[in-house]
Design a protein around this ligand. Structure first.
Ligand SMILES: O=C(O)c1ccccc1NCC(=O)[C@H](O)[C@H](O)COP(=O)(O)O
Length: 211
């Protein structure tokens, strides 16, 4: 079975096109004001229009209110809501309200963090992401990784994806260790926070295609 990629935090037509050209299965649009990747609705609409039908548009949110999600879903023509720091009840509400699948981010640093997956509710996919430091401005997208061996032999209760510190040079190892089939990258295809790079996107997609 092949491995697919989500390229997250895209904000320009050139880099979005590079992700599509590279064979990404998903593209991620961040709607979180403190992020260097935060998208305005007009820009999101322009990017969304370039995404072909076989590529999923994932909206990335941090405990969002309904108004934000409503505007982002419309502008970004979202297919998926990726929710960070959002409790199960709120995930359930958003999933029902917008009729979209929910990916629940689970921050991981140590084995005990995986317990959250064991009793996950109101999610269609788990995104295991590296836990960012206490007080960090962002709950993701910081290029941090966790020990992938924590996922070895883990009984995943749902479809799942892996993120956190992936890049073209390490993604094959992450796939080998964890057996993941959907990988998610942001910083690893950037030259600076929020600045995606066409060549790095191409290299990441190529590395994924060879897994
Ligand atoms: O990327 C962001 O700026 C961001 C902001 C707020 C919540 C989540 C965010 N990113 C989530 C992602 O899906 C990233 O792709 C994931 O954390 C991996 O990031 P990286 O380690 O930089 O590859």
């Amino acid at each position: 079975m092949s491995v697919t990629a989500k390229i997250c935090g895209l904000s320009t037509p050139e880099t979005l096109d590079a992700a599509v050209r590279g064979g990404a299965s998903h593209v991620g649009f961040v709607f979180f004001a403190p992020s260097p990747r935060n998208l305005g609705f007009d820009r999101a609409a322009g990017l969304a229009a370039r995404v072909p039908g076989h590529v999923g548009r994932v909206g990335v949110f941090v405990d969002p209110d309904n108004a934000l999600v409503e505007a982002a879903v419309a502008a970004g023509r979202l297919d998926v809501l990726q929710l960070h720091k959002t409790c199960a009840a709120r995930r359930a509400d958003l999933r029902a309200r917008f009729g979209l699948p929910v990916w629940a981010a689970i921050p991981v640093q140590k084995r005990a963090d995986l317990a959250a997956a064991g009793h996950i509710e109101a999610a269609d996919r788990i995104l295991y992401d590296a836990k960012t430091p206490e007080g960090a401005a962002l709950p993701g997208g910081m290029g941090l990784r966790f020990d992938w061996r924590l996922l070895e032999g883990f009984a995943h209760p749902l479809p799942w994806a892996l993120s956190g510190g992936l890049d073209a040079g390490n993604v094959a190892e992450a796939v080998r260790i964890t057996g993941v089939r959907l990988v998610d990258v942001s910083s690893g295809v950037e030259t600076a926070p929020g600045v995606k790079d066409v060549d790095k996107i191409a290299a990441f997609c190529k590395a994924v295609s060879q897994c």
